[in-house]
Design a protein around this ligand. Sequence first.
Ligand code: 13P
Ligand code: ZN
Length: 274
Amino acid sequence: MKVLETEFAIGFIRMATDGWNQGWHERNGGNLSYRIKKEEIDQVNEELNPGKWQAIGTEVKDLSGEYFLVTGSGKYFRNLEINPEDSMGIVEIDETGTNYRICWGLVNGGRPTSELPTHLMNHQVKKQTKGDDMRVIYHCHPANVIALTFVLPLKDQVFTRELWEMATECPVVFPDGIGVVPWMVPGGREIGEKTSELMKKYDVAIWAHHGMFVAGENFDMAFGLMHTVEKSAEILVKVMSMSKEKLQTIKPDEFRDLAREFKVTLPEKFLYEK
Ligand code: 13P
Ligand code: ZN
């Protein structure tokens, strides 16, 4: 079977196009990775053509032998659909968890995304904490979430609570909350460490003045999570633009009622009195 005929490649490209259409991927902004299942990589074995091993820039021992479909560095999400073999690639992780090699795609001398260390470290944390359930890590530059990082305190509690308040479905969609990474230089091990530390508790991490990372079971779940958080940020931006104070909002006890009804656990640390 050809890589481009697989369900995972088709889902990956569709998600990239959806993200582009949302306006979350100016120029080469954002990146996407998918941890390929064993039976899926076996399907495309004949098309794989491994290149040279190269350093990841971090260590992900628990991902040794795994294969990932990733977007390329400097590649534009709007081009994934029309030129997938140039814009994305399949990489294999070596047994030490410190090197990768390109096995398919990135045909014009491309490299995997510069955020590969963060993607892989997040995948490793999700594999450790959730087993085989979480396969998608997604990073984009959504304007409303980024705008909020200039005016809200860069605290998990504040971002989670303020965004929960903006739509009743939010605490149900991201009950564990949202982590916030202060401004850091992107593209390396350090920001990857900080982000993956947050991914032990959350499925969403905001990078101040930069963008957002989410983890999801599949493309629908990851995209839907990103969409929900960014929509709620858009509502908050509108509310803050209209008035300094909210006249009414969802109260801590109402969140507790919601949690009971929808059978989710909402950590009390987010339900503080203001
Ligand atoms: P890449 O083009 O290397 O994926 O970088 C885009 C980006 O959003 C960096 O944070
Ligand atoms: Zn980015």
